[in-house]
Design a protein around this ligand. Sequence first.
Ligand code: SER
Length: 893
Amino acid sequence: MTQPSLSAPVSTNDIRRSFLDYFAANGHAKVASAPLVPQNDPTLMFVNAGMVPFKNVFTGLESRPYVTATSSQKCVRAGGKHNDLDNVGYTARHHTFFEMLGNFSFGDYFKERAITLAWNLLTREWGIDPNRLTVTVYHTDDEAFDLWRKIAGLPEERIIRIATNDNFWSMGDTGPCGPCSEIFFDHGDHIPGGPPGSPDEDGDRFVEIWNLVFMQYEQVDKDTRNPLPRPSIDTGMGLERVAAVLQGVHDNYDTDTFKALIGASVAQSGAALTPETQASHRVIADHLRSSGFLVADGVLPSNEGRGYVLRRIMRRAMRHAHLLGAKEPLMHRLVPALVAEMGAAYPELVRAQASIESTLLQEETQFRRTLVNGLRLLDEATASMEPGATLPGETAFKLYDTFGFPYDLTEDALRAQGFGIDRAGFDTAMAEQKRAARAAWKGSGQRASDDVWFDIAEATGSTEFIGYTAEEGEGQVVAIVKDGARVERAGAGESVEILFNQTPFYAESGGQVGDTGTLTAPGVLGQVEDTRKYLGRLFAHATTITEGEIAVGDALHLTIDRARRDRIRANHSATHLLHEALRQRLGLHVAQKGSLVAPERLRFDFSQPSAIDPAALALVEADVNHHIRGNSPVATRLMTPDEAIEEGAMALFGEKYGDEVRVVSMGTAKEDGVDKTYSLELCGGTHVRALGDIGLFAVVGEGAVSSGIRRVEALTGEAARAYFTGRDEKLREAATALKSSPDEVPARVAALVEDRRRLERELAEAKKALALGGGAGAAPAGPETIGDVAFLGQVVEGLDPKGLRGTVDEMKQRLGSGIAMIVAVNDGRASVAVGVTADLTATRSAVDLLKIAVATLGGQGGGGRPDMAQGGGPDGAKGNEAVDAVKAALAAG
Ligand code: SER
């Protein structure tokens, strides 16, 4: 037997590089690994094979600038169709995270070249002994059989025909698929096991290292399989497996990368590697990789969907850390070893190191609070169990519900003792809890129409929101609701609410409005006008279908209106900054009472007893803009509500928070010379990446909403700029009208106001002089004598009624003895005053004379004393008539 050639790569990092270089030298484009969260496939939990990112290239939906490619793709198989979680730690080759080396042809070469390239790499470049290689072909694939004979010269007994699905590869229930040919490495007869297809094929001697898939079909649904536009090639080689081969070991966990990670686990836990601790160290090393890479790709632990798979992986590792006797959280201390091993090949790991560490630490700290009590409960429950017995489902459910033990963690814990779990009992307990939650919800007075949402939630689970990081993505329709009832399909012209298994559309909550955008597929277009949230976890896309038909089960491309979301983001982040600035400038009594975060503007209501001083509001605006210019990144972390509040995060009083909350922090400010986070809030909304993205902030309104609650309205970005520009425009118009420059406007306006006051004063004096001097309008000039009494009567337009009595007094003085009367007409109304000098009051009463005038002027009332009386009436035009009426009365004696 020949050993690998001297030039063969040995370290895992070298093997990866050598693989990619080989295919690049053979004309393949080197393509970087796609993120673990599928960007183009809603039916997949995680990328689980190297071909997944190329799915749409195979089916012809998408084209790339290359027709052949090579990659080393990050894969996770935990949850979904390919799930290896349960076995990890106990076998030589199961992993939740692994790397798949692959070469791809999109309608370029097919079987012959694929086999040639693979054979040459293994046997020539890497020097693997051909005698240790065996291949399989799909039982009907004579072409592949003949090619293996021709190219590799393999004897017929080492080209094994397999009739099962093992040699027909498919990505999932749908997607590209085709017959395949697998290459096995014989680790030697010291290991039990037979070749593929033999009765003892399950032994570990023959290990599959490379799968060459001859992609020929697309599985559209379970009954339909269409040919691909052009036959293609997808190959996948497990890097960990081939590393074991090239490093001369049988077990993947004995390769260099795993040895380093297990070494770190030994060093940091203080537990030596023994047959008893081996499984735990392996679980830790494997789960460290999947957790680290998932967090680096934006997945965070949660109780739903992908986040729950991550949580299950993390907690499974954390129980093993506990088993090893670790007294303190362990996982986060292993991250430097992971980054040292894999960071050069995957720079995202280096960038995310701090967030991987803090996520692991947070999860382990949280889980440790219940882990010990949960394990105690488990020990008590199993103490009386016979070997091989099953744990009651209810106990498993209690561990899940009260102690945060994922089902598979309990299963893993029981495995060593040979116990099982009553899965059906667990499911029944879970269903009962859901039923109780539904009853409680109904009891709380919710509308009966919520029934439809409960049904959907139970049947389909919660919607997974992928919009924190993505603005578009694929979603599979899980339900359609029309007029409050579920329907299977809807066509052009219909308005319906559509639910997907996952969506980048934000559903209205926490003041932030729902996203709008489009749903597309070939021949299908839907306009999403709003996105609403039901039961706190279902995202319903209010959609008008404009083209084609949408049915439950369809996969659609979901694209949010990005520009609109960008404005919403800016307004949401600005709202947080505004909140903090108000607290700092007005006092800590400022607490949020409501908010609206829309694309056009933001509105923030808060407790504050009095109107805000404009100078303080100007400082608030300046503070917010200061942080925008600081341009610091916005960070999001998950914590328990208690931890968040301990850190000083602002939470809404009375709001119900789940087990974990998103905490959004932004900006820095010096406090006692130390940099502190400026704003820390619990928030599920979407935010800018860095504060500079807000652009600009303008307060445009402040007012009262109700007693003790004030409202600030503000704009950001382009809207704020347009607002300031609009203001500037008006200032310039004013300057032009004033024939001055904008800078001079305030002084010019002040001068004008002063001028106007002076002119008003002067005008009033002139009017008064006119009244005293007479001679205006139709009123007689100078005193006249009526009977034996001197009479001076005047009608004056625009004379200020306030000074009327003073003027009449002056007239009386001038007359010496007599009767004075003035009618002041303002805006059509008349005010009238009549004065009688003291010597005449015995015979003439000002009050009587006034009554006559007032009656003529169409008024009522008025009064005074015999020497002076005042009143008025609406008929200002009858001023002269009033004077004449008084004169007539005097003449009559
Ligand atoms: N898609 C195939 C696999 O995952 C080959 O890459 O095995």
